[in-house]
Design a protein around this ligand. Structure first.
Ligand SMILES: Cc1cc2nc3c(=O)[nH]c(=O)nc-3n(C[C@H](O)[C@H](O)[C@H](O)COP(=O)(O)OP(=O)(O)OC[C@H]3O[C@@H](n4cnc5c(N)ncnc54)[C@H](O)[C@@H]3O)c2cc1C
Length: 304
């Protein structure tokens, strides 16, 4: 559903991203009656999850419902426009920014809030993508409790110490599947370890059946794996923003990037003190509020 109260080709703040970070940024600017246009191309990091957890007052809410409620509430603010259009390019122009849209139209903005998120890169294991967000996950805060008192597998040696420590109090038993990698030596984690490469994962008997290159199959309730990730959109690179070693944009406490007028929020950016983003709906929304407030200060300091 597209809502366009304003059909102008300029705005105070362009927000790219309609996940929790971008939606909150729009709400904050709407509350203060500043013009903002939010762009959303409909690709959300948690799209495959039926329910979200660890979000206060929304524990168990479907992510699609969370976004739909946020959009309905934004409709009360006349200065906010939500457009379901992909942004294809962003350039610096006339002291502000010029956005090129997939429908070939152009919008100029005084300030930019990037909230474009990241894309997960799963290990190439047959069946993993289909289970992702359901019986396979990366975050024990988001999914762990649902498998309380059951046998849980951890895939990959590097993440095994961290995930074992988090999942230990939740699971009845942990199985570490190193997928051919070496565990830290000495290993003080769970005793159940399979070193063979994992061939594939299937839904089986309400849980997951794991097939290995050799040896017997294993039956577990769920599989946890640390996924790699990359920026969803090319705009950080396009604008030459300083990055953290994680590949996410380096921001300060107010969400300011290295380029004046560009503010970032959500999974695509984090403070240099953190090794990677604290990927969470609540933290993304909080960052969206900070970035919008900093964008507002930027507008006010430039006399707008
Ligand atoms: C499987 C899974 C389950 C999860 N479960 C939970 C959970 O239970 N609880 C929790 O707190 N966290 C959970 N997370 C983490 C959570 O999804 C993220 O932390 C959160 O979505 C980050 O919000 P965001 O706004 O930064 O990005 P996203 O929600 O990914 O939103 C990015 C937005 O940018 C838009 N976009 C990107 N490029 C463009 C473009 N060029 N033009 C226009 N729009 C663009 C997208 O369309 C989208 O609207 C989960 C993650 C995964 C992978």
């Amino acid at each position: 559903m597209e809502r366009t109260q304003h059909h102008t080709n300029r705005t105070d703040v362009a927000i790219i991203g309609g996940g929790p970070a971008g939606l909150q940024a729009a709400l904050t600017l709407g509350r203060i009656h500043r013009d903002a246009v939010l762009f959303d191309d409909g690709t959300y990091r948690n799209a495959q999850a039926a329910h979200m957890h660890n979000v206060v007052a929304h524990d168990g809410t479907p992510p699609s419902e969370f976004r739909a409620v946020a959009r309905r509430q934004l409709a009360a603010y006349d200065t906010i426009t939500v457009r379901d259009v992909r942004v294809t390019d962003v350039l610096e122009a006339d002291g502000g920014f010029r956005l090129v849209l997939a429908d070939d139209s152009v919008l100029t903005a005084e300030a930019l809030v990037l909230a474009t998120g990241v894309r997960d890169e799963l290990p190439a294991i047959d069946g993993l993508d289909e289970l992702w967000g359901d019986l396979a996950a990366h975050c024990p805060f988001c999914h762990g409790h649902e498998f309380s008192g059951q046998r849980i597998a951890i895939l990959g040696a590097e993440a095994a110490p961290h995930l074992s420590a988090l999942l230990g109090p939740i699971a009845s038993e942990l199985l570490v599947m190193t997928h051919g990698e070496n565990l830290p030596d000495p290993w003080s984690g769970p005793a159940a370890v399979r070193g063979e490469k994992v061939l594939g994962l299937d839904r089986w008997d309400g849980g997951v059946r794991v097939r290995f290159t050799e040896g017997d199959d294993e039956q577990v309730a769920a599989v946890f794996v640390a996924a790699a990730f990359h920026q969803s959109a090319p705009f950080a690179e396009r604008l030459g923003l300083e990055l953290n070693p994680s590949g996410c944009v380096r921001i300060d406490e107010l969400g300011r990037s290295s380029l004046p007028g560009v503010f970032c929020a959500g999974d695509m950016a984090h403070l240099p003190a953190h090794p990677k983003p604290m990927a969470s709906v609540t933290i993304a929304a909080a960052a969206g509020q900070l970035a919008a407030s900093a964008a507002l200060m930027h507008l006010m300091s430039s006399g707008d």
